[in-house]
Write a protein that binds this ligand. Structure first.
Ligand code: UDP
Length: 328
């Protein structure tokens, strides 16, 4: 039986990856320091004989007894609100954390896949974004702590690959959504759905003409699963190229939820990328992968998830006003 370590296991993506690898018959070792992760996302796995969990911060030395065949490094804060609230931890997990993961992988002779991000492209001047584009990142802006940590993480991973011959994979993840997103992380989808469910107006930042391309989590997990088992060490975009403006996205959420609230406009956060769309030619060719779940279908499933949350959870929103965190 193959044994896999998943860091960030209690997070949105980490928990879905745990589910997938358990389903595929792996022994899964989950690890999380629970700063942004939530045990609720994986508590259903605790009784499973093939699941283990370590409450540990990967920015500190990682000790896992026994063999490991694979390591997925998914531990990191991952929303603009998080970067502003916990910038140092964001930098540490992308630098010290990846160093520890790569060291552990060498020790165990394991293959490592790291979660990188479309943020390495910054506010892109090339559209759609191909893996060959080097990006347009402000290192000292509010997103710099995340963007530069992820860029460093890619560099470190490539160095271990070329210098130590470690087997490595890099996925560049574009905006992804689905059940278990954190309601209060400030991301646009939980923000809009949460607002609709609480009977508040939907807050569009700027004039809403900025674009994003949203990928349903099951599609992303399938892409990552295929990439891990491929033999390609360079970065690969995984995302859904179906691009939409944030203003139109707000209208879709209004229709989906049937809310009678309206859209209100707030200041655009500093360095907010104007457009983002993955070029997935490489993933198509290399992995025979492309997204299957249409936004209308994925949004319905995600809405059902948010509707199932308790009123207490719905009201436990710390970040109603993103702007107050955007002081850099
Ligand atoms: N956004 C918005 N209203 C919100 C939260 C976000 O208009 O309540 C915008 C945000 O400014 C950005 C887009 O939605 O242009 C996506 O934001 P998110 O934080 O989800 O992800 P990222 O900017 O990292 O792609």
């Amino acid at each position: 039986m193959k044994r896999i370590l998943i860091t960030g296991a209690a997070g949105f993506l980490g928990s879905h990856l745990c589910d997938r690898f358990i389903k595929e018959g792996y022994q899964v070792v989950g690890m999380d320091n629970l700063i942004t992760g939530d045990l609720k996302n994986i508590e259903h796995l605790f009784p499973h004989p093939h699941f283990e969990f370590y409450h540990h911060d990967v920015s500190r030395f990682i000790h896992v007894p026994g063999k490991l065949d694979y390591i997925l490094h998914f531990a990191s804060p991952a929303s603009p609100i998080d970067y502003l609230k916990i910038p140092i931890q964001t930098l540490k997990v992308g630098s010290l954390g990846i160093h520890n993961c790569l060291g552990l992988a060498r020790e165990k002779k394991a293959r490592v896949l790291i979660a990188s991000t479309s943020e390495v492209y910054g506010d892109p001047t090339v559209h759609p974004q191909q893996e060959t584009y080097w990006g347009n990142v402000n290192p000292v802006g509010p997103r710099g702590v995340y963007d530069e940590a992820k860029r460093f993480q890619e560099a470190m991973t490539m160095a271990y690959h070329t210098f130590h011959g470690l087997e490595t994979r890099i996925v560049r993840i574009f905006n992804t959504y689905g059940p278990r997103m954190r309601l209060n992380d400030g991301r646009v989808l939980p923000a809009f759905i949460g607002q609709a469910l609480r009977g508040e107006d939907l807050t569009v930042f700027g004039d809403g003409s900025q674009t994003r391309s949203f990928c349903y989590v099951d599609d992303l997990v399938e892409g990552i699963y295929r990439l891990l088992h491929s033999d390609y060490a360079g970065p690969v975009n995984i995302g859904n190229p179906d691009e939409i403006t944030i203003r139109d996205f707000a209208e879709e959420i209004i229709k989906l939820t049937g809310t009678t609230q309206k859209v209100i406009y707030k200041d655009l956060p500093q360095d907010d990328p104007k457009q983002r769309q993955p070029d997935i030619t490489l993933a198509r060719k290399l992995l025979g992968w492309e997204p299957k779940v249409h936004r209308s279908e994925g949004l319905k499933i995600t809405y059902e998830y948010f509707k199932s949350l308790s009123t207490d959870e719905l009201n436990k929103v710390e970040h109603k006003d993103f702007a107050k965190y955007n002081r850099v």
